[in-house]
Design a protein. Structure first.
Lengths: 372, 319
């Protein structure tokens, strides 16, 4: 697979860029989106938390939450870009789906404020929701999605379900009124322990918080079914043949370990993996071994520039060798996954920088030379 | 406390710091709070249970112990102290009730985690000597660390009385005293340095004491200073390199020389980027740790600890 095969294929409708935090997901998403637009697709890219320079390059406004046209990209194709405002996406969802009169109650609930801003899965949930919305408009023929910067790439797939489970209200009913709710079966299992636990929780958290939470869950109850349905529908969209996942990693043990978990998970879920992008590699550009290079540097007298060049080259050969070793460990277990290497570039400040990365993405996945 | 932007190596630096502080017959405790088992991976040991274990011996007879604090276990531990839950505790945990309670009030999580750290800091033996000479906490990343340490705010979410409230007041006292310093790990790159400067301001505003900024993975600079600027702008004298190398008996074809020139330009850009980043950090007390080309293993942790020691980090020999 090359990136051009993927983006030129009109049946590709969604590309999801996943990976652990700090590996360059947002930059890769933007580079893929620009390349697709310039090859004729009508593209929208959903970014999550772009660095300031990247946001500027795409002309992103913080208070958008709707896609804006990026000027100067594509002639037949076009590029729209947006960054996710999770609080606003959540608010809009409540406003659109709650029964009249209930929306305000939910939005004003202190517990809702906590859930909509600091629950650990909210960002992932809202990214999925926004993806569903963008797909439903059918205004674009390709959606490129960046995923939230969590430690684990799996969070993107798991968080919505965790959140559904949290919001379904069973536990809150148990805690706020353990005597009435919960059903006899459950109480039989945990016995008096649960009543004590509920008492302890309410002592620690305070009665007010439980009351707020309970009021929130009650108000939310009527729209919960729809809520879960939407999440399920988006999840199904991710499993459909029009979706392709790109796993993004950097040549570091942690990032590659996360990438491996994610690749395994995609295969379990029967979700379509297009390939892995390995960012920030240091390919060797000169065919000269590290030991030869260092020996020559040691033998030099009175040529400080040449000696420095030989030493920095030797370091680079060692670094490239380490990167290839780490990658080999990954490919041993996941040999079928095509890997595209993208060499390290200075931080991206304009569209041309992103086009350059797009060029690297499209380069045939050749093996880097490892001088030995 | 050791924080840093994700990917800067804060767990590695926290471990090296615990080793450096244990040198000379001291005992330190290294705590992790994010359930990642990062310490176990670093020291190449099986996953840590929720108890303090010796994981390394420091030069001069000291030792480092480690503790992976588990929020759910810590909460149940509290409940066990004040209410007799008995067997129900485990069932509740399986049901997700404990996770639910800590999700309901994210502040509760932070109070429990910092509370456990405080307990280890204050712990004394029967002669009244402190159990640990230093406690190093691998804290959450820069984006969340001030919230994490702002226990006063977290308490506002909780009931105004009750056992945890009392405990939290003790935590506030320790965190805002001279006993606590928050060190920030960074790479010498644009974004991590920006986050570092931001978090230093936030810490001061929250009444927490910033410690050192620790620049991690600093590259060796091979080029002479005067060549860096020119090379970073793409000006490299290829002929001088060719003839210089030829003097060492290596006659390289032109494509290899071209490759070396490109590598030199990239190196110079990185070096220039690092010195610009360093200049932005001029205000803060700074420590530097070298980039380890082969990655971090147990042996290199000792190297990093030694590097910190030569820069003045340490408690001196135990009395």
């Amino acid at each position: 697979m090359t990136i051009d095969d993927l983006i030129d294929d009109p049946t590709t409708r969604v590309i999801v860029c996943c990976g652990s935090g700090g590996v360059g997901k947002t930059t890769t998403s933007a580079a893929v989106a620009i390349r697709a637009a310039e090859r004729g697709r009508k593209v929208v890219v959903l970014t999550i938390d772009p660095a300031r320079r990247l946001a500027q390059a795409l002309g992103l406004k913080i208070l958008g939450n709707e896609p804006d046209l990026v000027e100067g990209v594509g002639t037949e194709g076009s590029l729209h870009a947006m960054m996710l405002d999770m609080r606003r996406t959540f608010d809009e969802m409540v406003e659109a789906h709650a029964e009249p009169g209930r929306a305000e109650k939910i939005l004003a609930n202190p517990f809702y404020q906590t859930i909509s801003t600091s629950f650990s899965g909210t960002q992932e949930y809202m990214a999925m929701e926004k993806l569903g919305q963008l797909a439903a408009t059918e205004k674009w023929d390709l959606i490129v999605v960046d995923t939230p910067p969590s430690r684990s790439a799996l969070d993107f797939l798991d968080a919505p379900q965790r959140m559904s489970k949290f919001l379904d209200g069973r536990m809150i009913r148990l805690l706020s009124a353990p005597a009435r709710a919960g059903g006899r079966g459950l109480r039989k299992i945990v016995g008096a322990g649960f009543t004590l636990f509920a008492k302890a929780v309410s002592t620690i958290l305070g009665g007010q918080m439980l009351a707020d939470a309970s009021a929130f869950v009650q108000a939310f109850d009527t729209m919960f079914g729809g809520f879960r349905e939407r999440a399920t529908a988006t999840y199904e969209l991710l499993r459909s043949p029009g979706t392709a996942f790109l796993v993004i990693a950097a040549p570091e043990p942690d990032a590659l370990r996360e990438a491996a978990y994610f690749v395994d998970r995609l295969s379990t879920e029967e979700m379509p993996l297009a390939g892995m992008v390995l960012n920030r590699t240091h390919p060797v550009l000169a065919d000269l071994s590290a030991s030869q290079s260092r020996a020559a540097a040691d033998g030099l007298r009175g040529a400080p520039l040449a000696a420095a060049v030989l030493r920095l080259h030797a370091d680079r050969v060692d670094l490239a060798a380490r990167e290839e070793r780490l990658l080999a460990r990954f490919t041993k277990a996941h040999g079928a996954v095509p890997v595209t290497r993208v060499p390290v570039v200075p931080s991206v400040g304009d569209l041309d920088g992103l086009r350059e990365i797009g060029g690297h993405l499209a380069a045939a996945p050749a093996r880097t030379r490892t001088a030995s | 406390m050791v924080t840093g932007k994700g990917g800067t190596g804060k767990t590695t630096v926290a471990a090296a710091l615990a080793l450096a502080l244990a040198t000379g017959g001291r005992r330190t405790l290294l705590i992790e709070v994010e359930g990642r088992q990062g310490i176990a991976q670093l020291f190449d040991t099986p996953p840590l249970p929720y108890e303090e274990r010796r994981i390394a011996v420091a030069p001069g007879g000291g030792e480092v112990r480690a503790l992976a604090v588990d929020v759910e276990a810590a909460l149940l531990e509290y409940f066990e102290m004040f209410y007799r839950l008995g067997m129900a505790g485990r069932t509740l945990r399986r049901m997700g009730a404990v996770e639910f309670a800590t999700t309901l009030a994210p502040g509760l999580r932070d109070v429990l985690l910092t509370g456990k750290a405080k307990e280890t800091v204050n712990r004394t033996d029967s002669q009244g000597r402190f159990a640990y000479d230093a406690v190093v906490l691998d804290a959450p990343p820069t984006g969340r660390v001030v919230t994490f340490l702002d226990v006063t705010r977290a308490m506002a979410e909780l009931a105004r009385s009750g056992p945890i409230h009392g405990q939290a007041q003790g935590v506030v006292k320790v965190l805002h005293s001279d006993w606590t310093a928050v060190h920030v790990v960074t790479l010498l790159e644009d974004l991590p340095v920006t986050e570092t400067l931001e978090v230093l301001d936030e810490l001061r505003a929250a009444g927490l004491r910033p410690g050192a900024v620790i620049a991690n993975q600093v590259r060796p600079q091979w080029l002479p200073d005067r060549s860096v600027v020119a090379a970073a702008n793409g000006r490299v004298d290829a002929e001088r390199i060719r003839s210089g190398i030829a003097a060492a008996g290596l006659d390289l074809p032109s494509d290899v020389i071209e490759g070396l020139v490109s590598e030199t330009v990239e190196h110079a850009r990185q070096v220039r980027g690092e010195s610009l980043a360093l200049a932005r950090l001029a205000e803060a007390p700074l420590l530097e740790l070298p980039r380890l080309i082969d990655g971090v293993d147990l042996g290199s942790l000792y190297e990093l600890a030694e590097s910190l020691r030569t820069q003045g980090v340490g408690l001196g020999a135990a009395r």
